[in-house]
Design a binder for this molecule. Structure first.
Ligand SMILES: O=C(CO)[C@@H](O)[C@H](O)[C@H](O)[C@H](O)COP(=O)(O)O
Ligand SMILES: [Zn+2]
Length: 198
């Protein structure tokens, strides 16, 4: 019985990945271009999200600042999810909804990119961060699911919305992680051309 549950989860995840590939290839390619342009211009990428998505932000920043599959110079990406002093001070003194927006105000500059992750598209602190980022003339790459929620409604054609066509948080997160690896791979290819093993 447990085996069957596990098999079902693997199958659901694999099926969703194949189905989403068709739909998401174009927006993921657009996100690579947007991020590569920003990085080439000396701008940086800030990332925010909650729970599992907070971990995804850190995963992405590690692969840009450290490396993905090739040796290269460190690239400027910052997860806004890691400084417990900032997060607890802002959460305690102001509001949990401001834990990311205050950091975008502090660190975000015109031309920077905000990578915003929310499976529901409705987390208030992510929405607030997007609002501030747009005010600062930053571009948004949003990774969402469940139809995109309020985030979908905030974005314009200057931004990129990668919305996983599913309603289950865990499945959406699994596609988000694959998307993050596609972004890292795309940035490496834009920098060096060819494939990773060249
Ligand atoms: O990882 C998981 C569930 O798989 C949870 O930690 C999940 O990320 C949290 O419930 C988040 O607060 C959900 O936020 P969001 O994706 O709707 O923005
Ligand atoms: Zn999870």
């Amino acid at each position: 019985m447990m085996n069957q549950r596990i098999l079902d989860q693997f199958r659901e995840s694999a099926d969703l990945k194949m189905q989403a590939a068709e739909e998401l290839a174009l927006p993921i390619a657009q996100a690579v271009e947007l991020m590569f342009t920003a990085l080439s211009n000396g701008n940086k990428i800030l990332a925010c999200g909650n729970g599992g998505s907070a971990a995804d932000c850190q995963h992405f920043a590690a692969e840009l600042v450290g490396r993905f599959e090739r040796e290269r110079l460190p690239l400027p990406a910052l997860a806004l999810t890691t400084d417990t002093s900032i997060i607890t001070a802002v959460g305690n003194d102001y509001n949990f909804n401001e834990i990311y927006s205050k950091q975008v105000q502090a660190f975000g500059q015109s031309g920077d990119v905000l990578l915003a992750l929310s499976t529901s598209g409705n987390s208030a602190n992510v929405l607030a961060a997007i609002e501030v980022a747009l005010d600062r003339d930053m571009r948004i790459v949003a990774l969402t699911g469940k139809g995109g929620g309020a985030i979908g409604a905030m974005l314009s054609d200057a931004d990129v919305h990668i919305c996983v066509p599913h309603d289950r948080t865990a499945r959406i997160q699994e596609v988000h992680l694959l998307t993050i690896h596609c972004l890292c791979d795309g940035i490496d290819v834009a920098l060096f051309g060819g494939d990773a093993n060249d």
